[in-house]
Write a protein of this length. Sequence first.
Length: 203
Amino acid sequence: MKQIYNSAISHRFRGFLPVVVDVETGGFNPKYDALLEIAAIILHLNEHGHLEPTETLFCNVAPFPGANIEPKALEFNHIIPDHPFRDAKPELEALHFIFDPIRSAITTTNCKRAILVGHNAAFDLSFLNAAVQRTAYKHNPFHPFSTLDTVTLAAMAYGHTVLARACQRAGLPWQSQEAHSSIYDVSMTAQLFCKIMNQWLSK
């Protein structure tokens, strides 16, 4: 993909590069439950000063040794962890696959770090931070605790906190059969975040 990043974004969020993230997991505990999917979308400012999604990064992740996977979590996200066609990467390799392009974009845009944008963003960040700690990954591009959360923004803008309902109220097409895969949810979260932020700037 042609790189379209520019340094304008570095002045929008106090030197932070917004990156939308969604993870799918084997449960709710980042220390013990498996990280199964990571999807990320790097945002930029276009020539009109509006936020837009750029490239989408996606990786299936192999459960770390001894990871817990709750059956109810798999019923929810429809992931088959040992499916032969998942082409899942070990956690350290998956982190490099997702983080390296983000670190490159941070350099290109003259930002100092990435900031995670998510729907219930603390959940996604907690699983990334746990994987970083398990693998001793160096130079995590994300701020360790600050996030931008579309739950709060959607509650303010549209009076709803559920991603599907917020997207529908925002006039974004929502396909229920596609939901709860990280690559779909990250796309919808990115569209929702950009729409709210761009509407705010236009007021």
